[in-house]
Each structure stands twice: as structure tokens, then as C-alpha cells.
Design a binder for this molecule. Structure first.
Ligand code: F6P
Length: 323
């Protein structure tokens, strides 16, 4: 048997650990493993690399993805997928392991339905926005990166008595914002799932000022519901509370990089082993996930369409603790 493995979409710390696990599990079961470079783009361009256990030496601790990644527009077209399938046949690939997020899984599902090639997904994204797993690869590392950054911002915020608006990633999901907001002791947290309204934000900041706080941190997910971006929100607050010295910090892509946390390395290793073993058991069109510390499978369809709900109780916790 010959399995192809690729990383696709936004990279996430721990993807390398997953690649390593897939390659070595293949070797363990004496299956051939071919890496496809640059995600679906590499499938279309026939950009591949033969793997063996030594090809993945010294990558478990590395951020990014050694296989490279891309958001491939051509794979969204029938012609692109046809080219990809020609290369699948040419390389005698009998099954694919796709490490990526929901966009990558959507492509995988369409490809599977058109050409009937067995596919298993491994969720890798810092957003943690995939149904069927409590954690995606990269999320834990990103949480720690964000916390580290906000702790540093807090130092300067206190020194200058400033109000900081910190934007974290998450176009459609507030997991990262909500958890780092609580972990870093933010005054308020704005997430895409809830519209708190800007008035509530003002009221809250006024309350905290009255209670004696001289500096504050507000964490905002990039995909907030207010209809305003972080700079516009900061401007709005500054206009309404002119005595406040306001600063904005957009953490950006540093959240996607860095050496993966131990949690992400273990998660990625377990998912890689489970993905190959599931393929060997004849499973296809499913995604590997973790639930209460057990590996589980969810259909790709459900993984994409299902909603990865935020824990609403965390909003209450944040409200209570920002008194
Ligand atoms: O999906 C992961 C993610 O980092 C999102 O949080 C963010 O909105 C997006 O990718 C950024 O994508 P890109 O790196 O392509 O600009």
C-alpha cells in the first residue's frame, strides 16, 4: 500500500509532529509513504517526496510545516482536482492523509466524492474551530504564545496607565480570544460568537476605572461581531473616554509560529498513528479527533458542517473575574 500525506491551509505548530507520526507509522506497518509538498498545489503540480523514518528526524520540535502549505485556489476547480487525480494515479497513491483545517477538509470531501480515493483528515489549525475534536493541533501552542505576548503587554500597560486593545486570530471562532482573555486576565473579551455591543464595553471600562484600575487589557478576536475592527473600536473608546491613553496591538502571525507545546506534540503524534491505523482498518472520509483523552473518528462532512461551540460558561467566568 502507498499513502500520501500533505499539510494544507494555515500552518499550525505541531503539524510536523503529525507528519512524523504518519511517516513512521507507515514504516512500522511496512507501508510506503509519499509526502506531497505545498498542500493540494503539490498534488496538482506533482511535487512529491519519498519518505522514510529518517526523513522526519529532528522535526518534532519545529513549528511550521516542513511539507509547506498553501491555500490552493486551483483545487477548488474541477480541472484542478482532475490534474491532482492524474498525479495520484501516476504515483500509485492509494489513500491520502490531509492535515489541515475546515477549508482543507472541504476540498478533501469533494475530491473523495469525485474520485473515490480514501482520505483521512487530521485537524491542524490554531483556531480550534473544528467539530469532532476538543483540540486541534496548534491550538495549545497558540494559546501559550498569546498569553506570553499579553503578559508582556501588561507590563508596559501598567507602567503607562494605558488601555490596550489586543487583537488575536480567529476569523470565525473565539476559542483563542476567550481562553487567552481569561488566562491573561483581560478586562473584556470580544468574540465572533457573541455580540456584546460597544456600549457594554464602554460601561465596563468606566466601571473598572471607577473601581480603581489604572490600566486595562481588552482582547478582541479578529472576526468580532461589532462590525468594527480593532483600530475602529479603539478609536470609538478613545473618543468616548478621552482621558484614557489607548494603544492597539495586533498579534498577527506570530500566533501561528513557534515550537509546539508538549500537548500539541503528543496530540499530533497520537493523531498521526491513529490516522494510519484507521486507514488500514478500511476507514475513509473521516477525521481523527480527541474527546476526553480518547481518539475518535467523525465523518468529514460532520467535521465541516458541525459547530465547534465555545464554552459559554467562560464568558461568565470572565465577567465575574473582571470586577
Ligand atoms: O485559520 C487559521 C488562521 O490563522 C486564522 O486565525 C486567520 O484568520 C487566518 O488563518 C489567516 O490566514 P492567512 O495566513 O492566509 O492570512
Amino acid at each position: 500500500m502507498r499513502i500520501g500525506v500533505l499539510t494544507s491551509g494555515g500552518d499550525a505548530p505541531g503539524m510536523n509532529a503529525a507528519v512524523r507520526a504518519v511517516v513512521r507509522t507507515c514504516a512500522f506497518y511496512k507501508i510506503d509513504c509519499l509526502a506531497i509538498l505545498k498542500g493540494y498545489q503539490g498534488l496538482i503540480e506533482d511535487n512529491t517526496k519519498q519518505m522514510n523514518p529518517r526523513s522526519v528526524n529532528n522535526i518534532i520540535n519545529k513549528g511550521g510545516t516542513v511539507l509547506k502549505s498553501a491555500r490552493c485556489l486551483e483545487f477548488r476547480t474541477k480541472e484542478g482536482r482532475q490534474k491532482a487525480f492524474e498525479n495520484i494515479k501516476k504515483n500509485k497513491i492509494q489513500a491520502l492523509v490531509v492535515i489541515g483545517g475546515d477549508g482543507s477538509f472541504t476540498g478533501a470531501m469533494i475530491f473523495q466524492s469525485e474520485f473515490n480515493i480514501p482520505i483521512i483528515g487530521i485537524p491542524g489549525t490554531i483556531d480550534n474551530d473544528i467539530y469532532g475534536t476538543s483540540h486541534t493541533i496548534g491550538y495549545d501552542t497558540a494559546l501559550n504564545t498569546v498569553i506570553d505576548a499579553i503578559d508582556k503587554i501588561r507590563d508596559t500597560a501598567i507602567s503607562h496607565n494605558r488601555l490596550f486593545f489586543v487583537e488575536v486570530m480567529g476569523r470565525d471562532a473565539g476559542h483563542l480570544a476567550l481562553n487567552t482573555g481569561i488566562g491573561a486576565g483581560a478586562e473584556e473579551i470580544l468574540i465572533p460568537e457573541e455580540n456584546m455591543g460597544l456600549n457594554r464595553l464602554l460601561e465596563s471600562l468606566e466601571r473598572s476605572e471607577k473601581s480603581g484600575k489604572s490600566s486595562s487589557i481588552v482582547v478582541i478576536a479578529e472576526g468580532g461581531k461589532t462590525g468594527k475592527n480593532v483600530f475602529e473600536i479603539a478609536e470609538y473608546v478613545e473618543k468616548n473616554m478621552p482621558h484614557y491613553e489607548v494603544r492597539v496591538s495586533v498579534l498577527g502571525h506570530i500566533q501561528r509560529g513557534g515550537s509546539p507545546s508538549c500537548f500539541d506534540r503528543v496530540l499530533a503524534s497520537r493523531m498521526g498513528v491513529y490516522a494510519v491505523e484507521s486507514l488500514l482498518k478500511g476507514k475513509s472520509n473521516v477525521m481523527v479527533g480527541i474527546k476526553e483523552d480518547d481518539m475518535i473518528l467523525t465523518s468529514l462532512d460532520k467535521a465541516i458542517k458541525g459547530k465547534s461551540e465555545i464554552n459559554k460558561n467562560l464568558i461568565r467566568v470572565s465577567d465575574i473575574l473582571s470586577i
